[in-house]
Design a protein around this ligand. Structure first.
Ligand SMILES: NC(=O)c1ccc[n+]([C@@H]2O[C@H](COP(=O)([O-])OP(=O)(O)OC[C@H]3O[C@@H](n4cnc5c(N)ncnc54)[C@H](OP(=O)(O)O)[C@@H]3O)[C@@H](O)[C@H]2O)c1
Length: 272
């Protein structure tokens, strides 16, 4: 299952997150995930596991073109020249000719360099080195600034999204502008969310696990979730979410849990 990005390329509808794995954990997890059917792998320079991801991709029995590898620029490499260097370093660690999706990890508005950084991303896409380009943790105002300065829209905005933080307005804005929403921390990092009656009761009604219900909720919102699991049984479970549907009432109930962010606020977060 894929979704078509605004640049015409296709992206898998669900992927594997790799934070906070180290190189060896990521190599093992990706090696296990690919035969299960995972095609989208999410990493970042700041995770310190690109080499592990790249080793698993190199050893996979699946052609490179069938895989979709996303990585992200670290905060200390914002700016045009620094971003180009950061990309080359990531590409070397991954051992890849090209990256499928390259994201600005955080906007870092205090540094004021994200538009220059985006110019470098546009260049990398023109060179074919980053097939698709996007952002992570950007607000609509920050995305509008990128477009004003370059005329190029990000294909993806990867943001914190889970039933406790449903981001309704942002999702509507993304849809209006043809931006695919990719959901980080899609399971809200686990157990507490799974015990919520809205999730647990819906899971029981469908004979599914709470994690499967939450991932299905993302798919029906039109988002691309990237659950992290290092456990092959949970990885398999997290992929088996394309053969059932939640009702409108179930979707609304799960969307109204509340609770708020678990991660950083894009306006203030400082990532190095
Ligand atoms: N762009 C950004 O700024 C940003 C920020 C944070 C994260 N991310 C990306 O998003 C990915 C996912 O986010 P996340 O790791 O924070 O949170 P998450 O995917 O919501 O939750 C991961 C936790 O859930 C557990 N889990 C996974 N599947 C399960 C299942 N079926 N049943 C029960 N427990 C399950 C995992 O444990 P096991 O491993 O033991 O299964 C792990 O403890 C990251 O790995 C990273 O790639 C991006």
């Amino acid at each position: 299952m894929t979704i078509t990005l605004s640049d015409g390329r296709k992206m898998p509808r669900l992927g594997l997150g790799t934070w906070p794995m180290d190189d060896e954990q990521a190599r093992q997890a990706v090696t296990q995930a690919i035969p299960l059917g995972y095609r989208l792998i999410d990493t970042a320079a700041s995770y310190g596991n690109e080499a592990g991801v790249g080793a698993a991709v190199a050893d996979a029995d699946v052609a490179r073109e069938e895989l979709f590898v996303t990585t992200k620029l670290r905060g200390s490499q914002h700016g045009y020249d620094a971003a180009l260097r950061g990309f080359e370093e990531s590409r070397a660690r991954l051992g890849l000719d090209y990256v499928d999706l390259y994201l600005i990890h955080w906007p870092l508005p205090g540094r004021g360099l994200y538009a220059d950084t985006w110019r470098a991303f546009v260049h990398l896409q023109e060179q074919g080195l980053a097939r698709s380009i996007g952002v992570s943790n950007f607000t609509p105002e920050q995305i509008e600034r990128l477009v004003e300065e370059t005329g190029v829209w990000p294909a993806v905005n990867q943001v914190e999204l889970h039933p406790g933080f449903a981001q309704r307005e942002l999702l509507a804005w993304h849809a209006e502008h043809g931006i695919v929403t990719e959901s980080w921390t899609p399971l809200g990092r686990g157990p507490k969310l799974f015990d919520e009656p809205a999730v647990a009761e819906t899971a029981a009604a469908h004979g599914r696990t709470p994690a499967q219900v939450v991932l299905r909720w993302h798919l029906q919102l039109g988002a691309v979730p990237i659950p992290k699991s290092a456990d092959p049984e949970r990885m398999r479970q997290n992929l088996e979410v394309f053969d059932f549907s939640l009702t409108d009432d179930e979707m609304a109930r799960i969307s109204s849990l509340g609770g708020g962010r678990q991660g950083g606020d894009p306006e203030t977060y400082v990532e190095l």
